[in-house]
Design a protein around this ligand. Structure first.
Ligand SMILES: *[C@@H]1O[C@H](CO)[C@@H](O)[C@H](O)[C@H]1NC(C)=O
Ligand SMILES: *[C@@H]1O[C@H](CO)[C@@H](O)[C@H](O)[C@H]1NC(C)=O
Ligand SMILES: *[C@@H]1O[C@H](CO)[C@@H](O)[C@H](O)[C@H]1NC(C)=O
Ligand SMILES: *[C@@H]1O[C@H](CO)[C@@H](O)[C@H](O)[C@H]1NC(C)=O
Ligand SMILES: *[C@@H]1O[C@H](CO)[C@@H](O)[C@H](O)[C@H]1NC(C)=O
Ligand SMILES: *[C@@H]1O[C@H](CO)[C@@H](O)[C@H](O)[C@H]1NC(C)=O
Ligand SMILES: *[C@@H]1O[C@H](CO)[C@@H](O)[C@H](O)[C@H]1NC(C)=O
Ligand SMILES: *[C@@H]1O[C@H](CO)[C@@H](O)[C@H](O)[C@H]1NC(C)=O
Length: 384
């Protein structure tokens, strides 16, 4: 136990963000392809061997898209449609050692009245994510997703590939995905601090937000907390990563809103001492997004499982809760799962908000910790 205490005392929170804003070239496709012949009667222009997209290489059937009545885009500008066998790629250089790269991508349906929407696949050497428009969560036709890309050493070349994936044998009635607004964010590996036994308990480390979007960023199921766009948390079902600029966020710049049934987030820690008591503090509430309802959130901390009710009027509210539990042997799971969700009057899927999750040794333990610091200090003074 002393060993663990010492580790806790010595290690200080060191979590920094590096700017990756300029790593990708032409991430919003606003630099138009070369030799483009615009066609006033259609928002799509098919690219051929005479075209190049600045910053990108393309293959297969790829069209340059201009926002219109039928194709809505977050910046009202331009995007790329990846039709049959369509694929774009760009190689960027990792700009630091041990940085984690998280991608935010925006996906829009490339047509109307289709029998199916083809999927979009985003991949890099360490990751592979499939995104679809099968389920619609927000009020816009497009949706933004967070995607864990990977972690590489300084100057390592990373080939980011985005391609379409057909879901039907009849490709003629398929709507092909439109991709826009790729935001790449890098962040340092998180290190344990002494104010919280959980890493990223405030959810500050996740994908970048589109600066003008009121839609948040969707996070799809991620079984591994390491390979997750929400650092250190695995994602069950679909949750929404929300920003304080457009939502009510109790603490810091970001929080989680659960937007699908039986969905949530989960982490685990091996830092606890078997038999010792710990407090798990957390905030539940509503994100001020007109979401009404009574939600039941299942909170698990080790072997303790308890339900909490969130009464939401959709006007922005939060209540702090705390549970005390005794750590068992091995890894201690911590999770928040919502049994139910609802939809706003606009049809936007919504649910309970979670923020500011803090795990600490319970009071008695803390006293003991202070005492040990005192003893160490006295010993140090005596030696000097
Ligand atoms: C413009 O688009 C329309 C409709 O897709 C097509 O019929 C026409 O041939 C196109 N014009 C040119 C110059 O490509
Ligand atoms: C490329 O441009 C040349 C000259 O304008 C034209 O002859 C050729 O057909 C174009 N190639 C394609 C694939 O459209
Ligand atoms: C955000 O909105 C402002 C004002 O409407 C606009 O000037 C700006 O270009 C937008 N930014 C992006 C990234 O779309
Ligand atoms: C795209 O990938 C190909 C290999 O598949 C590579 O030759 C090319 O350089 C890549 N393009 C960019 C812009 O990274
Ligand atoms: C889709 O269907 C609607 C209603 O049936 C129709 O008004 C619209 O023109 C169709 N759009 C396309 C692109 O076919
Ligand atoms: C798709 O359309 C093309 C050309 O319009 C046609 O040749 C092909 O047979 C169609 N495929 C199917 C599966 O309907
Ligand atoms: C779901 O939200 C609607 C308003 O959008 C509200 O009238 C309804 O009571 C809510 N349902 C539940 C079960 O809370
Ligand atoms: C929590 O609520 C769910 C759904 O209402 C119920 O099925 C479950 O038994 C409850 N669990 C506890 C520990 O009370």
């Amino acid at each position: 136990m002393k060993m663990q205490l010492e580790i806790l005392l010595v290690q200080v929170l060191f979590a920094g963000l590096a700017s990756a804003a300029d790593i990708l070239q032409n991430p919003d496709f606003e630099s138009p392809p070369t030799n483009l012949t615009p066609n006033r009667s259609t928002p799509f222009v098919l690219l051929n061997g005479n075209n190049t997209i600045p910053g990108w290489t393309f293959e297969g059937t790829v069209q340059y898209v201009t926002a219109s009545q039928t194709i809505r885009l977050p910046d009202n500008g331009h995007a790329i449609q990846l039709a049959q066998d369509g694929r774009i790629n760009q190689t960027f250089a990792a700009n630091g050692d041990d940085l984690i790269y998280i991608l935010t991508l925006t996906l829009a349906p490339g047509g109307q009245n289709c029998s199916a929407n083809a999927n979009l696949v985003a991949s890099a050497p360490d990751s592979h994510g499939v995104y679809s428009l099968k389920q619609h969560y927000g009020k816009e036709t497009w949706e933004s997703y967070g995607h864990y890309l990977g972690s590489w050493g300084q100057d390592e070349p990373i080939n980011l590939v985005i391609q379409s994936q057909s879901t039907e044998s009849d490709d003629n009635s398929t709507c092909w995905p439109v991709i826009d607004m790729l935001l790449l964010k890098s962040s340092k590996t998180l290190v344990q601090g002494n104010d919280n036994l959980l890493l990223n308990g405030g959810f500050e480390f996740g994908p970048d937000f589109l600066s003008n979007s009121t839609e948040g960023v969707l996070l799809e199921s991620a079984p591994s907390p390491i390979q997750s766009a929400l650092q250190q948390w695995s994602v069950i079902g679909t949750v929404k990563y929300i920003d304080s600029k457009h939502f009510y966020v109790p603490k810091g710049n970001a929080a989680i809103e659960i937007v699908s049934v039986s969905a949530g987030i989960q982490t685990a820690t091996t830092m606890l001492t078997e038999g010792s008591a710990y407090n798990l503090d957390f905030t539940l509430g509503d994100a001020k997004d007109a979401c009404e309802g009574m939600f039941v959130v299942r909170v698990q901390a080790g072997s303790l499982v308890q339900n909490f009710t969130v009464q939401s009027l959709g006007t922005g509210s939060a209540i702090k809760h705390s549970v005390t539990f005794k750590a068992g042997s091995g890894s201690t799971p911590i999770s928040f799962i919502s049994y139910n969700i609802n939809q706003t009057k606009d049809g936007v899927f919504c649910g309970p908000l979670i923020d500011d999750v803090v795990l600490r040794a319970s009071h008695g333990f803390k006293l003991q910790l202070r005492l040990e610091i005192l003893i160490y200090a006295l010993v140090l003074v005596a030696i000097l």
